[in-house]
Design a protein around this ligand. Structure first.
Ligand code: BGC
Length: 263
């Protein structure tokens, strides 16, 4: 299913796949070596079109493939619940994603090829399990991604309970925890790391009361600055910055098409 570009007799065989991570602000893609989980091209990025309709975004995915000169299988993450390869929600993307047939959409824009589409945080969780943080596969783990929204991957011994959407736990009558504590909320309200970390802490306490995970793994762009906020958290569980940082979505997307993960 994936492309094997190695020549016979070569010691290290590259098993290449293309992963694309669709976010509320950017669409990013790269060729991934699935033997190592490393990107073998640069990470190409195009701003998420406005409005972020399925057709406009799928065209951007096509452009990323062209930029990477890729013509093989493609894995794609979307910031949405994916069931039977249809998007069922659309919190931070255009509402017209709801009920879109994702295989039909991407085949129409990318041509006949193997395609897999899954939730962005689920992809990030699966990538951390395979290539990232070793303790991601031990026991009950909640992986959270902080970006435009809050994404979640619920993991038990490395197995995924898909589409958990913990960012949409209600916070108060005005909104959900994602509205309150995503990194977009930090930007929107110009919160200091200290003030924002207190919000994240509140959210983690709520998750701990519900799920008692063994640990949290935190990803998304803001995990690059983990030293500024993770030490301020007071939950009893350890909170570990994702090893793959915000490349986990791309890597998880590439894995999904290799493994035929098509929720
Ligand atoms: C979406 C999730 C997504 C998360 C992170 C939320 O608004 O509902 O599906 O995983 O944002 O992008």
């Amino acid at each position: 299913m994936t492309e094997d570009i190695s020549s016979q007799g070569e010691q290290h065989k590259q098993q290449l796949s293309f992963g694309v991570d669709i976010g509320g602000s950017g669409v990013k893609g790269a060729v991934v070596d699935l033997n190592t989980g490393e990107l073998v091209t640069e990470r190409f990025k195009i701003l998420t079109p406005k409005p972020s309709t399925p057709d406009a975004v799928a065209e951007v995915v096509r452009k990323l493939m062209d930029m990477a000169e890729w013509n093989g299988p493609v894995g794609v993450t979307v910031p949405a619940v994916v069931k039977n390869q249809r998007a069922r929600t659309a919190a931070n993307i255009d509402k017209s994603w709801i009920d879109t047939d994702l295989q039909e959409l991407f085949k129409r824009h990318l041509g006949e090829r193997e395609i897999a589409v899954l939730n962005d945080a689920d992809a990030a969780g699966l990538a951390e399990v395979e290539y990232g943080e070793a303790s991601a596969k031990e026991g009950a783990v909640l992986m959270l991604t902080f970006g435009t929204g809050i994404g979640s991957a619920m993991l038990c011994d490395g197995h995924l309970f898909p589409n958990s959407e913990l960012g949409h736990l209600p916070y108060d009558k005005n909104g959900d925890v994602e509205w309150y504590a995503s990194s977009a909320a930090k930007d929107r309200e110009e919160l200091s790391y200290k003030k924002w970390a207190a919000r994240v802490d509140e959210v983690l306490h709520a998750y701990s009361a519900l799920f008692s995970p063994q640990r949290y793994i935190v990803g998304g762009g803001i995990s690059r600055k983990a030293d500024k906020w993770v030490p301020l958290l007071t939950v009893e569980q350890e909170v570990i910055p994702a090893k793959l940082r915000n490349q986990a979505g791309i890597i998880g997307a590439a894995m999904a098409v290799r493994d035929g993960i098509k929720p």
